[in-house]
Design a protein. Sequence first.
Length: 277
Amino acid sequence: MVTFVEASSRAKRSAGVIPVHGEEGFAGMRKAGRLAAEALDMLVAHVEPGVTTLELDRLAFEFARDHGAIPATLFYKGYRHSVCTSINHVVCHGIPVDKGLREGDIVNIDITLIVDGWHGDTSRMYAVGEISRKAERLIETTYECLMRGIAAARPGNTTGDIGAAIQRHAEAERMNVVRDFVGHGLGQLFHDEPNIMHFGHPGTGVPLKPGMIFTIEPMINLGRPDVKVLADGWTAVTRDRTLSAQCEHSIGITETGCEVFTLSPAGLFNPLAARAA
């Protein structure tokens, strides 16, 4: 049973209760989403061989501080960093470390910035120097999966339509969608209702209504979809150690479709297209 309620200042998540936001919420998310996207744009010039993910984390923290924002992950459930950095076979929640990136690596950087109480949540892929063709294909497919999921995010559709669009494209490219992690509602809460599966069947799940705000963040594996979480309690990796990639936007459902809050102001969200340009 799903209940839609007019959004207000929510102290906690309530299962099955989905907030519907008005213009104030959309305005807050535009501001937070843009700043998060600008932070990832800033990091583009710094992702290169030899740079440590700990240095990227420091740069992200300083960017947030200098712009009056708070990194949502800093001290969240004991996490001690401003971003997650997931390299090669790390699926998500990779912890920044004092070890240099290597030529040919691919890395996802995931950031959420709190601006005036609103959470802008986004992640994108970065290529470290020249990468293999299979890594390029994975990044291209993951980006296209996200775009197809966003295209399905409109009133009259369901969360299942989003997941089905993502799954259909990933499997057509002979890749697999990770099942263990999902998108989520957000706004004044970091994680809210509903969960957004990146696989599923058309017409199933929660109906999409104007005012809903959530992330779409598919994680796509070159190999099998199975993952495991390491002993640190955060880092999720592919069980077969094949490459994994993720792309994430925060969006809001409008009367006619959806608004993406975390578009790159510099047009750098898709790294391969940006590099070609």
